[in-house]
Design a protein around this ligand. Structure first.
Ligand code: GSY
Length: 163
């Protein structure tokens, strides 16, 4: 089993419901266990700015999947949730990015681990720091617009939240 960390984001439609469904589908994968999540944050878009605010969270999981199999699982969830991405870097129903996979360093056409842009993104690092408290975040990133949206006591509490 390898510990992996993912970043999840949504800024189209019912953002929380889409993130709930993505987390539920991760948990339902028989090759994934011990799923933990950060709080949910509301974050200003980074990159393509002419789009709505995101909800973002980070997930820690244990998996017997290889990195590329985990990527396939994440892309399968995006397709199940019919991710719409009409503009590159633009709005999306749900996005799952692999940030870290054990101590692995990987560069392939399909996947780079650690995620190549994670260190520039407060919307990735601030949730991730909840799961990896030793993570350092530079002051410069602290200025990116990100605010706590809701904290949950467990993944189950998140999945059951209907408000
Ligand atoms: O890389 C993930 C998609 N994405 C996001 C995101 O999830 N949150 C914020 N705040 N900005 C983003 N820009 C992109 S692209």
């Amino acid at each position: 089993m390898t510990v992996a960390y993912l970043s999840l984001g949504s800024n189209l439609g019912d953002r929380k419901a889409q993130l709930q469904e993505a987390v539920r589908l991760l948990q339902a994968n028989p090759a994934i266990s011990n799923v933990k999540m950060s709080s949910v944050y509301e974050t200003a878009p980074v990159g393509y700015l002419d789009q709505g605010a995101f909800l973002n969270l980070a997930v820690r999981l244990e998996t017997s999947l290889s990195p590329l199999e985990l990527l396939d699982a994440c892309q399968g969830i995006e397709q199940t949730l019919q991710r719409e991405r009409l503009v590159r870097w633009g709005p999306r129903t749900v996005d799952l990015d692999i940030l870290l996979y054990g101590q692995e360093q990987l560069v392939t056409e399909k996947l780079t681990i650690p995620h190549p842009r994670m260190s520039e993104r407060a919307f990735v690092l601030v949730p991730l720091r909840e799961l990896l408290p030793s993570l350092a975040i530079t002051e410069e990133l602290e200025t990116q617009e990100i605010q706590l949206w809701k904290a949950y006591s467990s993944v189950t509490a998140f999945l059951m939240d209907e408000n």
